[in-house]
Design a protein around this ligand. Structure first.
Ligand SMILES: *[C@@H]1O[C@H](CO)[C@@H](O)[C@H](O)[C@H]1NC(C)=O
Ligand SMILES: *[C@@H]1O[C@H](CO)[C@@H](O)[C@H](O)[C@H]1NC(C)=O
Ligand SMILES: *[C@@H]1O[C@H](CO)[C@@H](O)[C@H](O)[C@H]1NC(C)=O
Length: 445
């Protein structure tokens, strides 16, 4: 599937920003800037470590570091990591953990895998149908993303997990649709001010201002029985006539952005502590019943499916800033007469995730850490997010290892981390955070 900013959940930095900027078209690939950014950050970090490191820092180490290795090794790591979709908790993702472990250990950098058992979520059954009113003939949506002629990933695309929202409630809802713009609190307040009652209905909202977990949370707070979230061509389709991937960089009409609806951080069964073996846990039922969970069935859908729903919506015309791009049909608020029947059955189940760590011990301040990491799991192939970063990180480790062979030691301990299950809600980075805190408390190295 095409790597696109619209296809994956933004990272922690953008989670902090309430309004992610709509992404702008540019012609160059996204992979290279991402790799270069990680390399540049690490080079800066390395220079800092070297320059601050008495006695007699070797002036050659910085340029040596930059000149070592080749782009080919990073490219081959990226290729190996993205051959198959690798959702957290699956066999395919366990193989990527083994790959990263092997890459570090073959550089003679002490490394290990720390497994955790955490609550993850997978789709078992989904269906969605639309009718133009109660008793009218229904049209079923296929809920699949198209490949394109000569797509080199067409075969592997069949391994992709069906589009879903992790931790969505299971259930079946048949009700009138309401259009809720970006699904923000103010959008639901506006609907209410126009006399459009969302209670018991299916909210149709678009990505572009807030994250899916917040859209669904707001829909539920407004009384919606279920929610659909889609990427509107206004944000994800460029201008009409520009086309979509593979002819341009824009999301194809059948493209769906999956995500997690969990609003907390860490493993939902161990709120505020690490999921270590044998630790105390809340039950899966209790974890699924908290306010951090969506509590209603929800599905991500494509712009193509959303457009069909919008064409059957009646009611008042939506305001100008609720409309689509130039040339789109007029969006209306509803409710109805469009009736949606949404069925979702998920499997919220304990699964094993694996963090990979590699440690180069510091020569002078070994109990102070420079931590370099990114996550490894992906909703699909993860070419840009996250594995361009993983490939760059392994490349860095290789260069550090080459410097070590020339007698270099870092002043402080460098820890490389390949975290798991970020897509589900930063699960293991926060588990790691709990462990690091313990590490400090107990001064264990
Ligand atoms: C890697 O590729 C970049 C961008 O094309 C180039 O600037 C750099 O010199 C290359 N590095 C090596 C070691 O080939
Ligand atoms: C909704 O769809 C489900 C699954 O296809 C079906 O079992 C159910 O009868 C439908 N509900 C209504 C009210 O049409
Ligand atoms: C849910 O996942 C568990 C663990 O992978 C598996 O044993 C079980 O069969 C799954 N249940 C369903 C309904 O798919």
């Amino acid at each position: 599937l095409p790597p696109s900013p619209a296809m994956s959940r933004p990272d922690a930095a953008s989670l902090l920003s309430p309004s992610p900027p709509p992404f702008k078209p540019h012609r160059r690939g996204r992979l290279l800037p991402s790799i270069l950014a990680v390399l540049a950050a690490a080079a800066a970090l390395f220079l800092l470590a070297v320059l601050r490191s008495p006695p007699t820092p070797s002036p050659n180490l910085g340029s040596l570091f930059l000149s070592l290795g080749s782009n080919n090794t990073a490219a081959s790591h990226l290729r190996a990591l993205t051959l198959h979709p690798h959702v957290a908790g699956t066999k395919a993702n366990s193989l990527t953990a083994a790959y990263v472990l092997h890459a570090f250990s073959s550089l003679s950098i002490p490394s290990h895998i720390t497994p955790y058992s955490v609550l993850l979520s997978y789709p078992v059954h989904r269906s969605l149908s639309l009718s133009a009113g109660p008793g009218r003939a229904a049209k079923s949506f296929s809920l699949t993303q198209d490949t394109y002629p000569s797509d080199p990933y067409a075969r592997a695309a069949a391994e992709v997990t069906p589009t879903f929202f992790a931790y969505s409630a299971s259930g079946s809802v048949s009700a009138e649709a309401v259009y809720a713009n970006y699904g923000r609190e103010e959008d639901f307040a506006y609907l209410s001010s126009r006399g459009v009652d969302v209670a018991g209905r299916v909210a149709l909202a678009r990505y572009g201002r807030i994250h899916c977990e917040d859209i669904v949370h707001n829909a539920r707070a407004a009384g919606a029985a279920a929610a659909l979230v889609y990427p509107d061509p206004l944000e994800y389709g460029g201008s009409a006539g520009e086309g979509s991937f593979p002819d341009s960089r824009w999301l194809p009409p059948s493209g769906v952005q999956v995500g997690s609806l969990f609003r907390g951080v860490g493993d939902p069964t161990t709120p505020m502590w690490a999921s270590s073996e044998g630790c105390e846990r809340v039950s899966v039922e209790d974890a699924m019943a908290t306010d951090d969970m969506p509590g209603i069935p929800a599905l991500p859908v494509s712009a193509r499916d959303a457009a069909e729903i919008q064409q059957v919506l009646g009611g008042a015309e939506a305001p100008a800033d609720w409309q689509g791009r130039d040339g789109s049909p007029v969006y209306r608020l509803g409710p109805g007469p469009a009736v949606l029947n949404l069925t979702y059955q998920g499997n919220d189940t304990m699964a094993t995730i694996e963090n990979v760590f590699a440690v180069i011990e510091g020569a002078e301040e070994p109990d102070r850490y420079v931590i370099l990491g990114n996550h490894r799991d992906a909703w699909t192939f993860g070419a840009a997010d996250p594995n361009s970063g993983t490939a760059a990180m392994i490349e860095l480790a290789q260069r550090f290892s080459m410097l070590q062979k020339q007698g270099w030691r870092p002043r402080r301990t460098i820890i490389f981390c390949s975290w798991d299950a970020e897509e589900y809600g930063l699960v293991s980075r926060s588990l790691f955070g709990h462990h690091i805190r313990l590490l400090y408390i107990h001064r264990i190295n």
